[in-house]
Design a protein around this ligand. Structure first.
Ligand code: PMV
Length: 351
C-alpha cells in the first residue's frame, strides 16, 4: 500500500506516578514551570498504564489526535506545545531529559513518568525552562519490598481541575508561598535520604505530612478548594489508628487532586491492612473484585487489633483496591499487532 511505504509508526506505554512531595503551583503557566520541585514514585505498568501510538507520514496533510478512541482538537495550546516540541525532538532524537521537557508541556507532573522508580522534577532556575527536568533518584529495583494500594472511593468527582486550582492557590495562599520557599526544599532533601536508606518510617511519615500540607494549601486558597471527601478523611483516620496500634508507621497515605487514597506499605503489611480496609468499607457488591492487581494473601485479624482500629463500617464507600508496586519508565512496544493505529494512520476499529 502506498500509504504504508512512507509510514513510520511506534507504540509506547507509559506509567502513572504518585507524588510524595507534591507539586502545586506554576511560576510560568505557558511553559509549565513549577514553583517548587517535587518527588514521586512511578507505579508499575502491569497494573496501570497508558498506551500511545504515533504515526508519521509524508502523505499526512494535518495533525490528528485521538484520546480514548475519540478525536480531539489539536488546536489546544498544550497539544500544540507538545507537537511542536516533538517535531523539534525528531532532530535531537534519543535524549531522555529532552523527552521529560515534552511531557512537562502536556501536564507538569507527567514529566515524572518519563522514568521508573523514584523521580524528582527539579523546578529549575532558568526563565526558559530548559533546566526544569525530571531526573531518576533511584530505580524501581531499589526498594523491592515497597508496595502501593490505590483505594478507589465511590462517587469520585474532581470539583476544580488541577490547572485552575493551583493558579488560584498561587494567587491567594500565603501557606503555598511558605511551602514552596521554605518547607519543600527541606522536605525534598529529607525524602531523598529516606528513600536512599529505605527508611519506611521516615518515608511514610513525610509522605503523609506532605499530602496533608498540600490539602491545607487547598483550604488556604480563597475561595477554598476541597479534594478530600468524608471517605478520604475516614481512610486517613483509619491509617493513623492502625499505625498507633502497631506503634510505628506500617502504612502511609497520600492524596492528589481527588478523593482516592494511595497507600504505601511494605509487602509484609499488605494482607493485614487490606483486611482492615475490607472490614471498614465492606464491598457493596462484587466482593470478589474488591482487590485487584498483584495477589494479596489472607490475614486473620487479632481481636485487639479489631477493637483498636475498626470504627463504624461504611459499606460500599471504597469501590475497590488496586495492589501494585514501583515500576519502570515508558516502554516501547515491539509487537506491531499492539499498534492502536492501522496502516492508514487512523484508529483501528476494535471488534
Ligand atoms: O500536573 P498536574 O496538573 O496533573 O498536577 C498534579 C498535582 C498533584 O497531583 C496534586 C501533585 C503532584 O505532584 O502530582
Amino acid at each position: 500500500m502506498a500509504a504504508e511505504r512512507g509510514l513510520a509508526m511506534a507504540t509506547c506505554t507509559a506509567p502513572v506516578n504518585i507524588a510524595v512531595i507534591k507539586y502545586w503551583g506554576k511560576r510560568d503557566t505557558d511553559l509549565i514551570l513549577p514553583i517548587n520541585s517535587s518527588l514521586s514514585v512511578t507505579l508499575h505498568q502491569d497494573q496501570l498504564r497508558t498506551t500511545t501510538t504515533a504515526a508519521a507520514s509524508r502523505d499526512f496533510t494535518e495533525d490528528r489526535l485521538w484520546l480514548n478512541g475519540k478525536e480531539v482538537d489539536v488546536g489546544h495550546p498544550r497539544v500544540q506545545a507538545c507537537l511542536r516540541e516533538v517535531s523539534a525532538l525528531a532532530r535531537l532524537y534519543g535524549l531522555e531529559e529532552e523527552l521529560s521537557e515534552v511531557a512537562r508541556r502536556g501536564s507538569g507532573s507527567a514529566c515524572r513518568s518519563m522514568f521508573g522508580g523514584f523521580v524528582q522534577w527539579q523546578r529549575g532556575e532558568r526563565p526558559d525552562g530548559t533546566d526544569s527536568l525530571a531526573l531518576q533518584v533511584a530505580p524501581e529495583t531499589h526498594w523491592p519490598e515497597l508496595r502501593v494500594l490505590v483505594l478507589v472511593v465511590s462517587g469520585e468527582k474532581k470539583p476544580v481541575g488541577s490547572t485552575a486550582g493551583m493558579q488560584t492557590s498561587v494567587e491567594t495562599s500565603p501557606l503555598l508561598k511558605h511551602r514552596a520557599e521554605v518547607v519543600v526544599p527541606e522536605r525534598l532533601a529529607q525524602m531523598m535520604q529516606h528513600i536512599q536508606e529505605r527508611d519506611f518510617e521516615g518515608f511514610g511519615q513525610l509522605a503523609m505530612r506532605d499530602s496533608n500540607q498540600f490539602h491545607a494549601t487547598c483550604l488556604d486558597t480563597f475561595p477554598p478548594i476541597f479534594y478530600l471527601t468524608d471517605v478520604s478523611r475516614h481512610i486517613i483516620a483509619l491509617v493513623h489508628r492502625y499505625n498507633a496500634h502497631h506503634g510505628h508507621t506500617k502504612v502511609a497515605y497520600t492524596f492528589d487532586a481527588g478523593p482516592n487514597a494511595v497507600i504505601f506499605a511494605l509487602a509484609d503489611a499488605v494482607a493485614e491492612f487490606v483486611e482492615v480496609v475490607r472490614r471498614s468499607f465492606p464491598p457493596a457488591a462484587n466482593g470478589d473484585q474488591f482487590v485487584r492487581g498483584l495477589p494479596v494473601g489472607s490475614a486473620a485479624l487479632p481481636q485487639e487489633l479489631l477493637a483498636a482500629v475498626l470504627a463504624e463500617p461504611l459499606p460500599g464507600a471504597v469501590r475497590y483496591i488496586l495492589h501494585t508496586k514501583p515500576g519502570p519508565g515508558p516502554q516501547l512496544v515491539d509487537d506491531p499487532s499492539q499498534h492502536l493505529l492501522g496502516a492508514d494512520g487512523l484508529p483501528r476499529s476494535r471488534a
